[in-house]
Design a protein around this ligand. Sequence first.
Ligand code: IPE
Ligand code: IPE
Ligand code: MG
Length: 248
Amino acid sequence: MNSAPPPDTSVIPVHVAIVMDGNGRWAEERKKPRLLGHKAGVKSVRTVVETAREIGVKHLTLYAFSTENWARPSLEVKGLMSLLDSYLKSERKTMLKNDIRLKCIGQRKRLPPDVRKTMDWVIDATDQCSAMTLNLALSYGSRSEIVRAARQLAGQCVDGRLNVDELDDQKLSNHLYTAGQPDPDMFIRTGGEKRLSNFLLWQVSYAELYFTDIKWPDFGRDQFLEAVADFADRQRRFGKTGSQLSKE
Ligand code: IPE
Ligand code: IPE
Ligand code: MG
């Protein structure tokens, strides 16, 4: 049972992006192998996906594995890939039931073939779901995403399909993995670090940033609702003055 008073979630962010950090330290504190922390983290993924869907978040982007994470010990990488595979297999039904569309963003080709297959299976099955889009960032790095977009646009300029002067923010956004989705309104990072770690650098330019020391396996429904309540309390000015906004 949830005993905390319901936080004020009157303003719901349309798109929430989360750096799910702290699994390893959570396990190490308990003198357990790091993989156990990742396993515990899967529970938080389930809870946060469910809560986000329930309160009406339309896009949820979870940073599950970065391009830099390939440099971790191979056993940890293998363990993470296998956890990801079993998470996707077990969640397919729930995603369908909750009308959640799965999308994966990142360097898909670097993922093991069996994970890619499972991913495609769930992506195809949930293709028509529309209540919420769940973006899993896998082998994701923001700089390489931007370089990829720049290459595609440069290619179009070279072939004469695009005029250099026509290049603008929107056109670049259209070539990112998140094309067609609104930018995150809110960026959450658990685990105590206050950095972006190459996550959605372009897309978070006007996101509200929220950092918490709580490690990802301990980040549940109440913690997520508290973060959303904090968001509801902020005034987003987008460069204008506070008094301009109060007149709008
Ligand atoms: C985040 O937890 C999950 C991944 C990066 C895959 P970490 O594994 O980075 O946990 P800490 O930061 O070492 O505690
Ligand atoms: C960011 O966490 C990546 C994910 C949560 C998947 P890291 O633990 O890899 O980031 P750094 O190394 O602390 O910057
Ligand atoms: Mg970490």
